[in-house]
Write a protein that binds this ligand. Structure first.
Ligand SMILES: [Zn+2]
Length: 127
């Protein structure tokens, strides 16, 4: 069951990200719950502990979700001038749902890109 990366056909990073699947085999689940990384793939045994997207996903979520939700709220306010309750009940939940979905997807995308490009922690070669 546990194999080398060359034993598996390449999985496009966007496909792995949208399905939150293992970047090596494309079948195993990447997360335990919403955004907590599993220790390893349940299908191919790929060790996820070496994959670390850090805070990168959160920065992208803040930039993308805020731009979309605030832009849409401003457009709605200027165009239709609805009551404050419309903003509260539409854009509040939209911001939460969009942020959670984006956080999960972008975190999976960063992990898939790390795997594809064989990215590692930087080290100084003193030899
Ligand atoms: Zn796998």
């Amino acid at each position: 069951m546990h194999g080398h990366a060359d034993d598996y056909p390449p999985v496009p990073p966007m496909t792995a990200a949208l399905s939150a699947a293992c970047p090596r085999c494309g079948h195993g689940r990447l997360f335990n719950g919403l955004t907590k990384l599993k220790p390893a793939c349940s299908v191919c045994g790929f060790d996820y502990t070496s994959m670390d997207p850090g805070d990168g996903a959160a920065i992208f979520v803040i930039l993308i979700a805020d731009f979309l939700v605030v832009g849409l709220a401003l457009y709605t306010e200027v165009t239709y001038a609805p009551g404050l309750w419309v903003h509260f009940f539409i854009f509040g939940p939209l911001a939460v749902v969009l942020s959670l979905w984006l956080l999960r997807t972008i975190k999976a995308l960063l992990i898939a890109l790390q795997f594809k490009h064989n990215a590692h922690q930087g080290m100084i070669d003193r030899t």
